[in-house]
Write a new protein. Sequence first.
Length: 225
Amino acid sequence: MNRAALFDVDGTLADTNHLHVTCWWEALRQGGHDVAMHDIHRAIGLPGEDLLAHLLGEDRDTDRDDTLISAHDTLYGTYFDRLPPLDAAADLLRELDRRGWRVVLVTSARQAELDALRRAVDADEAISATASADDVERGKPAPDPVEHALGLAGASARDSVFVGDTVWDMRAAGRAGVTCVGLLCGGIPRADLEGAGARAVYRDPADLLARLADSPFADTAGPVA
């Protein structure tokens, strides 16, 4: 049985959460909605429809969802050629691949955005597969994206670790029975990540890479390559 290292991308491997906040704020403003950036930040990581439901309520005019999502996507697309990776993100993926882990990206991003994120992270040789919002019916915090990623890796939940930066990541991984690792670089407080199920929390990819020997990656069953 393979071991899977599952990674969220936005806010975990790429420093993009606040770009998303700005783009959603502007898209919502254009649609006539006054939503605080703080509230938008807490919703980042949810698929578009779920983010809008979280921010605007289930009783909103859902006929406007596609317009709001398209506005966000257009605004965010202007950054595709300069999305910033987080420090040591590529090195972390390469090191886990070297140690015999199957690295799978698990993201709410759609394909065009995911392609831009992969170019930014620049570690394609270490990535075995990707599970995007286009691949499942329900996104995070449902376990579907994580379970799909496990299937792509050919790995069991008990032999896998999920790394993310939001409470939605932690809840999705926890519901799939996968050990959760939280990163603070997405801007969510340690207490929130731990409360959502994070077994360990690190500052950023560089911090996790430096402490791999004492991390949940060292505790998971199976020999290190």
